[in-house]
Design a protein around this ligand. Structure first.
Ligand code: ZN
Length: 132
C-alpha cells in the first residue's frame, strides 16, 4: 500500500521510530502520570513540561473502524481497514491506524489487537493485527 510518510521532529521521532526496536513509544507525563497522543512538548492534561516517550504494551482494541473501497491511487489494494485503536494503558488513549494481516471484512468493534510495525524508509509505522 502506498504510504504518505510523516515529517519527523523532536516530539514525534520516538513514536515513528520506536518500532526499530519493537517498541511502541507513547508520550507520558511525569507530573500527572498520564499518557497522551499525539506527542508534544507539553502535557495536555496538566500542562507539565516533564514529558517523555514511554514504551507501552502495544495492546489495544478496535474502538471504531471503516472499510475503504475507493482505490485513491492505482496501486492501492482495497478494501482496507482504517481504525481507531484504543490502547490498554489508559481509557481515551487512542489513535488512527490500519488493521492488517486478516480479512478486512472480519474486523469487529472491541476486537483485541496488538501492534506490528511496517518499516518504510526512516519510519516504523505502527499498524495493528488481531491479538489471539
Ligand atoms: Zn500531565
Amino acid at each position: 500500500m502506498p504510504r504518505k510518510l510523516p515529517a519527523l521532529n523532536a516530539d514525534n521521532r520516538a513514536f515513528w521510530q520506536g518500532g526499530e526496536h519493537g517498541e511502541l513509544l507513547i508520550h507520558r507525563c511525569h507530573g500527572c502520570e498520564r499518557f497522551f497522543h499525539p506527542p508534544g512538548p507539553i502535557c495536555p492534561h496538566c500542562a507539565s513540561l516533564e514529558v517523555e516517550p514511554h514504551a507501552v504494551t502495544g495492546k489495544g482494541k478496535v474502538l471504531s473502524y471503516t472499510l475503504n473501497y475507493q482505490p485513491w491511487v492505482a496501486e492501492l489494494e482495497v478494501p482496507y481497514v482504517v481504525a481507531i485503536v484504543e490502547l490498554v494503558e489508559q481509557p481515551g488513549l487512542r489513535f488512527i491506524s490500519n488493521i492488517v494481516g486478516m480479512d478486512p471484512l472480519a474486523v469487529r468493534i472491541d476486537m483485541p489487537v496488538r501492534v506490528s510495525f511496517l518499516h518504510v524508509e526512516d519510519v516504523w509505522l505502527p499498524l495493528f493485527e488481531r491479538d489471539q
